[in-house]
Design a protein around this ligand. Structure first.
Ligand code: HEC
Length: 257
């Protein structure tokens, strides 16, 4: 009798725990439509600039492909199944962004420029674009060194994310630039999870890769959410930014040379 009621209690606790896990999954920050639009406008202009009218340099080739893949993921993550018309528009944007990356990958830079000009929510939606999520990490022969390139400094053709992150983790005066930074790093983390590189045994296990990628993603999520509070707590936000920065270092210590 007692054993049975203990069993019930355990069963109930597990159910509660699973419910909690499901809820936490759902409450992960999703990037607001306004932040998405600002990021899209900025990054699509950055991409076109990197393509230099169809004659990109070495850095531009890497950066334009990576930026296109980020745009594809931003768009896909905005699709929420609530508004069919908007989802169709976002799926079209995603597919055009993948086209840019594929054109760059096959050295068709003029085609990449033409496709890059379509990376706006004003482009007419393709009625046959699939509104289901697809595994973007497997497309356009996307590689880890490309994925990480937008984190590099502006002088290296990047989006300066690593320097901005370090600066903000060190000293945060206002939160206005935090959402853009966090949303981009969150997107990079979403790819990172699915792109284990140079894994093997021991410390370099796939499980460890996934662990560090999750740390990066969770911290980026926490930073984004903190930055969207009506009155962001700068001290707390700075702590979260520090956590995000630590996730980079921890993974690099094991997996980057
Ligand atoms: C799960 C592992 C992992 C995480 C987390 C991670 N990185 Fe990386 N990063 C790598 C690997 C591996 C490379 C080397 C890729 C290559 O060259 O093939 C790399 C390369 C880079 C590079 C390019 C360096 C160069 O000189 O070419 C930058 C910049 C970078 N990472 C920044 C960051 C930042 C900033 C974060 C955190 C916000 C981060 N990374 C999180 C694994 C990770």
């Amino acid at each position: 009798m007692q054993i049975r009621s203990l069993g019930l209690k355990i069963g109930f606790s597990i159910a509660l725990f699973l419910g909690f896990v499901a809820v936490t999954e759902l409450s992960a920050a999703s990037v607001t439509a306004d932040d998405f639009k600002a990021i899209l406008d900025h990054d699509s202009a950055h991409l076109l600039k990197q393509l230099k009218d169809g004659s990109p340099d070495k850095k531009g080739i890497i950066q334009s492909k990576a930026t296109a893949m980020l745009i594809a993921m931003y768009a896909q993550k905005q699709m929420d199944g609530k508004d069919k018309t908007r989802d169709q528009q976002l799926a079209t944007l995603r597919d055009n962004a993948v086209k840019v990356a594929e054109a760059v990958s096959s050295k068709k830079y003029k085609d990449a420029v033409e496709a890059a000009k379509l990376l706006s929510l004003k482009t007419a939606a393709n009625p046959s674009a699939k509104t289901e999520a697809i595994d973007l990490s497997k497309l356009a022969k996307f590689e880890m060194f490309e994925l990480m390139s937008p984190l590099k400094k502006t002088s290296g053709g990047g989006l300066n994310l690593e320097s901005d992150l370090k600066e903000m983790a060190d000293k945060l005066k206002d939160a206005s630039k935090v959402p853009g930074l966090a949303a981009r790093i969150l997107t990079i983390a979403e790819y990172t999870e699915n792109m284990p590189t140079d894994t093997g045994s021991g410390k370099k296990s796939v499980a460890n890769w996934k662990k560090y990628a999750k740390m990066m993603k969770d911290a980026a999520d926490e930073v984004y959410e903190g930055s969207k509070a009506a009155k962001p707590d700068l001290k707390k936000l700075q702590t979260s930014l520090g956590k995000l920065n630590a996730s980079c270092t921890e993974c690099h210590n094991v997996f980057k040379n």
